[in-house]
Design a protein around this ligand. Structure first.
Ligand SMILES: Cc1cc2nc3c(=O)[nH]c(=O)nc-3n(C[C@H](O)[C@H](O)[C@H](O)COP(=O)(O)OP(=O)(O)OC[C@H]3O[C@@H](n4cnc5c(N)ncnc54)[C@H](O)[C@@H]3O)c2cc1C
Length: 475
């Protein structure tokens, strides 16, 4: 997807040299073959271009970059793991990319306070491992956790598969360090849960997708490490049945129900067909599946899970279920789920939606959206899956078999329009967890409260008066 915007003027060799002096020769990337991985993304949906990628190694260097950029009105695009799904991290019109990946130190782990202070470039999986080393849990978990970064997670306010129990990234951040567009460093690296000393400024930067400043570090909340994790893969007839299972599980397992993922048959089929080493855990096919997980500080998770599934079978809420017998089986269940996004690619064009509606409305949403999409494009294949426990469905639509991918993708906005109409009618959101970026920027003013948009623009103008921070994203 190419974003039509005027390109920024070329950087002079003198200015490139000044940026180079800040980060050092090795970390100012100008060779186009080295730049390639920063200007495209895995799904090949967005393509940008730039003359310069800077890889600062400290907050002070980020600050110097921003001061120089302000002095010369140079547009910047912050980038972490480059796994974002809405084109927010791509330099669509030639901006300088600031890769935060070298800010990869874990500054402090404080198990007694249940906090960990990480720099922005720490990879999510490394943060999880470091917490585990001190017998704690950093619960944020998503398919891209091997490459996405804490800075990117906070900038997109990532959700993932454990939001049901632990909340989204915003709820895991106690403190933040941010470099503002003019180079000032905002130091809010607090470990405090309680701190009512005025406006909660850190929350402005969380979910701002790099449009208000560059996050350089964060103090994160840690949680007790569960003693027992039990995972079940369940076959059932419909999203309505899945909703009943969710309700039953929440009553029986309360806060220990940490994941509840709804998977359509077609999403499972794609994953098995195209994923490497992905197997069907059940012997027979079902129209819908649930992948659910209980994480308990005691050893009672298995008994609780077995009781829930037995009751659900008895009440004919579910048709079949298997509980992972060991860690490798559990990882196999999750692999089937994690491969779902990638597995749509070999099936041709896929039009994506990351929506949320009130949890109770999910079955009606899927039914209405399926009917509307197939009416609009006969043969189109809806591939819904996602975090039913959060009312968040990745409502992706694969092209009809045999259609031309380009023709199908040309209908992107038409498909969005019918799906978003249903979402809005149900009181939902057009972006549950991936953000706005450029992908949904043009829709935002139509779906968000007018006063909220005015305030967002005012905040942007105040913090970034020259408009150099990730221009053209979100607003
Ligand atoms: C296979 C797969 C599964 C995924 N699953 C989920 C999921 O379940 N839930 C979910 O929420 N997302 C998911 N995502 C989306 C993505 O992984 C998240 O948005 C992630 O948080 C992005 O982190 P990143 O470091 O890659 O950021 P990037 O992609 O590099 O950047 C994302 C945005 O944040 C900004 N940014 C990055 N770092 C900084 C910084 N330090 N300061 C300021 N701005 C910054 C960028 O400018 C951009 O706007 C998935 C992606 C993939 C590929």
């Amino acid at each position: 997807m190419n974003i039509v915007q005027p390109s920024v003027p070329p950087l002079s060799p003198e200015l490139i040299a000044k940026f180079r002096t800040i980060v050092g020769d090795k970390y100012a990337v100008t060779d186009q073959s080295d730049i390639a991985s920063y200007v495209t993304e895995e799904r090949n949906l967005f393509h940008g271009h730039t003359q310069l990628v800077l890889r600062p190694g400290s907050t002070a260097e980020v600050s110097e970059i921003c001061k120089l950029a302000t002095a010369h009105k140079i547009a910047l695009v912050p980038q972490g793991g480059n796994t974002g799904l809405v084109g927010g991290q791509t330099p669509h019109h030639g901006e300088v990319v600031i890769s935060l990946k070298r800010l990869d130190r874990i500054r402090e782990v404080d198990p007694a306070s249940n906090t960990m202070t990480c720099e922005a470039g720490v990879v999510l999986q490394i943060a999880q491992q470091r917490a585990a080393e001190v017998d704690r849990l950093f619960p944020l978990s998503l398919g891209a956790e091997g490459s996405c970064t804490i800075g990117g997670n906070l900038s997109t306010n990532a959700g993932g598969t454990t939001a049901l129990a632990y909340g989204v990234a915003r709820e895991m951040a106690l403190g933040l360090e941010v470099v503002l567009a003019d180079g000032r460093i905002l130091s809010l690296l607090s470990k405090l849960k309680k701190d009512n000393t005025g406006y909660d400024l850190k929350n402005l930067f969380i979910g701002a997708e790099g449009t208000l400043g560059i996050i350089t570090a964060a103090t994160l909340r840690l949680f007790p490490k569960p003693r027992a994790i039990e995972t079940a893969y369940v076959g059932l007839k419909s999203p309505a049945q899945a909703l009943k299972l969710l309700s039953l599980s929440q009553s029986e397992a309360a806060g220990t129900l940490t994941s509840f993922e709804l998977l359509s048959e077609i999403a499972v089929d794609f994953s098995i067909r195209h994923g490497i080493d992905v197997r069907d855990p059940l012997s027979e096919k079902h129209p819908w599946y649930v992948l659910m997980e209980l994480s308990s500080p005691r050893d009672d998770a298995r008994t609780t899970l077995e009781a829930i599934l037995a009751e659900a079978l008895e009440d004919e809420i579910i048709d079949d279920a298997v509980i992972a017998a060991n860690l490798s089986q559990r990882l196999g269940f999750w692999k089937l789920r994690d491969e779902m996004s990638a597995a749509q690619k070999p099936e041709g064009g896929s039009i994506k939606h990351d929506i949320s509606v009130p949890v109770a409305a999910v079955p009606a949403f899927i039914a209405e959206a399926d009917a509307a999409v197939v009416k609009l494009i006969p043969g189109a294949r809806p591939v819904p899956f996602g975090h039913l426990g959060d009312g968040n469905i990745h409502y992706n639509v694969s092209q009809p078999v045999g259609a031309r991918s380009a023709d199908f993708l040309a209908r992107w906005h038409d498909v969005n329009a019918v799906v978003f109409d249903i979402v809005l009618k149900m009181g939902g959101s057009i972006s549950a967890e991936h953000g706005i970026g450029v992908l949904k920027r043009d829709e935002l003013p139509d779906v968000k409260d007018k006063v909220a948009i005015e305030l967002m623009r005012a905040v942007k103008a105040m913090l970034d008066p020259l408009g150099i921070m990730n221009p053209g994203k979100v607003l």
